[in-house]
Design a protein. Structure first.
Length: 219
C-alpha cells in the first residue's frame, strides 16, 4: 500500500480535514484534501524536505514568478538508524479545531482517529523506518498504518493525544490573527468553515502542520 488517508473525529460529526500521506518512487508527500490542493509537504529520498505551494496553485496566483519561489520553507529530514525509525513529520489537530462540515467528498477509504478531549490535541506522527511496511509494529495501540517508501524502508504512522500548553494556545491566537490580516490584504473574505494550516518546526523540533479554523475564537 502506498497511500493512507486519515482524519480525526467522525465522518458525521465534528472532524478534521482528510489528510493523505503517500509515497511516489522513494519520495513521501503529505497534504490535506480539503485545502484545494494549494499546499503540500515533500519529504524527498535524498533528505531534502519542503513545505510548498503546489505548482498549479502557484502558477494561478503568482503568474510570471519563478517556480522555486513557491517553496515556503525547506529543511533536511533525519535518516533512520540501522534499527530505529526517525521521527520526520507530524500533523497536529487541536480538539477546538474540529468542526462539522458539509463538504461532499468520498470518505469510504479513510482511517478515522479518535478525537482528543477538551484541552488536548491529536498528533499524527510520521516515522521513517529502516524496515518495510510488512514489518510495521501493528500491535502497538498507537499504530495507524504503514506504507512502503522503497524495498527496504517505510513510513509508519502513529497517533496520540497530548495536552495543549499555554504556548499552543498563544500559537492559535497568532495564527487566527495572521489569517485575518491575510484576508484583509488579499481582499479574500474569511468564511465560517474555512480551514487553514500553520507550519511549525525548527532545528530543535520535529516539523509539522497545525490545522485550525480561522473563524473560530480562541478558547
Amino acid at each position: 500500500m502506498r497511500e493512507l488517508r486519515i482524519a480525526v473525529g467522525k465522518a458525521t460529526d465534528q472532524r478534521s480535514t482528510v489528510w493523505w500521506i503517500k509515497s511516489t518512487k522513494a519520495d513521501v508527500y503529505v497534504a490535506s484534501r480539503m485545502m484545494g490542493g494549494s499546499t503540500k509537504v515533500s519529504l524527498h529520498a535524498d533528505g531534502r524536505s519542503q513545505f510548498s505551494l503546489s505548482s498549479d496553485y502557484f502558477a494561478d496566483t503568482s503568474p510570471g514568478q519563478p517556480n522555486q519561489a513557491r517553496h515556503i520553507t525547506k529543511w533536511v529530514r533525519p535518516d533512520p538508524a540501522d534499527n530505529a525509525a526517525a521521527f520526520v513529520y507530524r500533523i497536529v489537530v487541536p480538539e477546538s479545531e474540529l468542526a462539522v462540515t458539509d463538504v461532499a467528498e468520498d470518505l469510504s477509504a479513510g482511517i478515522w482517529l479518535s478525537p482528543p478531549a477538551v484541552g488536548y490535541h491529536s498528533v499524527v506522527g510520521l516515522f521513517l523506518s529502516p524496515r518495510p511496511a510488512s514489518d510495521a509494529p501493528v500491535s502497538r495501540p498507537d499504530f495507524v498504518g504503514a506504507i512502503d517508501v522503497d524495498p527496504s524502508r517505510s513510513i509508519v504512522v502513529l497517533h496520540s493525544h497530548e495536552m495543549r500548553s499555554e504556548h499552543d494556545e498563544r500559537e492559535l491566537v497568532r495564527l487566527r490573527a495572521a489569517a485575518v490580516k491575510y484576508s484583509l490584504v488579499s481582499g479574500e473574505p474569511l468564511q465560517p468553515g474555512f480551514r487553514a494550516i500553520g507550519f511549525f518546526g525548527s532545528n530543535e523540533s520535529v516539523p509539522g502542520m497545525l490545522e485550525y479554523l480561522p473563524m473560530r475564537p480562541a478558547p
